[in-house]
Design a protein. Structure first.
Length: 181
């Protein structure tokens, strides 16, 4: 199953949300409050609900080898509450598989269940968690993913494009890529 099919399934799972497209795209959505272990987040055009990815850092300042990343919702379209993913949401969409990187006992390669083709490397850099991936052909710190849905696709939403937002790890400059689906 390719990433297009997985993203399609991902949004099919979210039919309980209202399918309204926000005018103006990703800039119209709430920005989650800062958190010391935040890696990145995913937002979709159908509502403001946001999936958060945070590093699971132990008291000894290492990533938890069994569960290096916590994933949860902020349900902005409801009352802004924090909510766990359902097992189905985890397995089919927002969850991930991980493996330790050979050169370090504190770095992991993760693959999101809905976008397995693009690895994300989670590490602690100077004590701060980072998620690195390739954005527009360059290694970058991933900050946000935005998924634009076709508002005319009815009950079976169609992904138009996916946007990746990040920063160059050396220069700190913005890095961006739009992936047409």
């Amino acid at each position: 199953m390719n990433y297009r099919h997985l993203f399609f399934l991902l949004f099919l799972l979210e039919l309980t949300s209202a399918f309204t497209t926000a005018a103006g795209g990703a800039s119209e959505f709430p920005v989650p409050p800062p958190a010391p272990n935040r890696l990145f987040y995913i937002q979709r055009s159908n509502d403001a609900n946001t999936v958060i990815y945070e590093a699971n850092v132990t008291a000894g300042q290492h990533l938890n080898a069994e569960d290096p990343v916590h994933v949860y919702w902020i349900r902005y379209a409801e009352q802004g509450q924090r909510e766990s993913l359902s097992m189905f949401q985890w397995k089919m969409a927002y969850g991930y598989k991980h493996k330790p990187l050979a050169q370090s006992d504190n770095s992991f390669e993760i693959h999101l269940n809905a976008f397995k083709k693009r690895p994300i490397w989670v590490d602690l850099h100077q004590g701060k968690p980072v998620a690195l991936t390739t954005i527009n052909g360059r290694k970058a710190c991933l900050r946000k993913v935005f998924v634009q849905l076709d508002s005319d696709s009815g009950l079976l939403p169609k992904v138009q494009y996916i946007e990746l937002f990040g920063t160059d790890p050396g220069a700190g400059t913005p890095v961006y890529e739009r992936i047409r689906v």
